[in-house]
Design a binder for this molecule. Structure first.
Ligand code: NDP
Length: 246
């Protein structure tokens, strides 16, 4: 087995996932990432990581399918022979008031945000157990802790991510595999671009920092959780939110 470390990031083609790929490439990892459909954006992420000296494998697949997740892990292992870090970052919203959330809106959000990380963690666990090492980092949200009007489906998925993180951290701790979650507050990406200026201002005013975060703010914390500096940290939820969830 080569000593070159490999990080696998879901939803790495843009936004927070792209910033994580670039930061981990800078940290010396080779990068495997997936995306659902944005090939052009994926190529931009690839180029940015390669510019940092990383080898890169980009895979187009949907994390809401367990077969696709198993296949993604298999491809990552073929590429690098090991998986040191898994970042479950891919996520979607289908916001509405509860009475207007359709069954499809509920299923779509749970399938990507909850089942996706579940399938990925199940598929990667066998390899990490073999390695007796690994870091799993799940993208939750402050909404999974605080709740948010208009996001009942999304909040449920992100709270579930926290429950899965803590449970798996307990299962894997004896093998020194760390499982943690990051809970971003409001971060400037396509996901938040969809909000009206008024809605953005209202959120900004509610943040103690009075500032919307950047994808790099999340990537910096993921970099720490993916490193040996965090070797004694497991089962934690790190809010990166300018104080939003205090
Ligand atoms: P973006 O919408 O900017 O990017 C989402 C990424 O996930 C894209 O790469 C997208 O690929 C990919 N993706 C979406 N659905 C799937 C799928 N079914 N299978 C595989 N890949 C998929 O999101 P953000 O960067 O804003 O968010 C990243 C994570 O952080 C999410 O989990 C989100 O819930 C969480 N978060 C974000 C916050 C924010 O303020 N932005 C706040 C709190 C949490 P493609 O482009 O090809 O569709």
């Amino acid at each position: 087995m080569s000593n070159q470390k490999i990080a696998l990031v879901t939803g790495g083609s843009r936004g927070i996932g792209r910033a994580i790929c670039i930061r981990l490439a800078e940290d010396g990892f080779d990068i495997v990432f997936n995306y659902r459909s944005g090939k052009e954006a994926a190529e931009e992420t690839r180029a940015a990581c390669e510019a940092k000296g990383a080898k890169v494998l980009a895979v187009c697949c949907d994390v809401s399918s367990s077969e696709a997740c198993n296949d993604l892990i298999a491809k990552a292992l073929e590429f690098g022979g090991r998986i040191d870090v898994l970042v479950n970052n891919a996520g979607i919203t289908r916001d509405n008031l509860l009475m207007k959330i359709t069954d499809d809106d509920l299923d779509a959000v749970l399938n990507v945000n909850l089942k996706g990380p579940f399938y990925m963690m199940r598929a990667v666990s066998r390899q990490m157990l073999k390695q007796k090492a690994g870091h799993i980092i799940n993208m939750s949200s402050v909404v999974g802790i605080m709740g948010n009007a208009g996001q009942v489906n999304y909040a449920a998925s992100k709270a579930a991510v926290i429950g899965m993180t803590k449970s798996l951290a307990r299962e894997l701790a004896t093998r020194k595999i760390c499982v943690n979650a990051v809970a971003p507050g409001m971060i400037e990406t396509a996901m938040t671009d969809a909000m009206t200026e008024d809605a953005k201002k209202a959120v900004k005013d509610s943040i103690p920092f009075r500032e919307i975060g950047k994808p790099e703010d999340i990537a910096n914390v993921v970099s720490f959780l993916a490193s040996e500096d965090s070797r004694y940290v497991t089962g934690q939820v790190l809010c990166v939110d300018g104080g939003m969830a205090i």
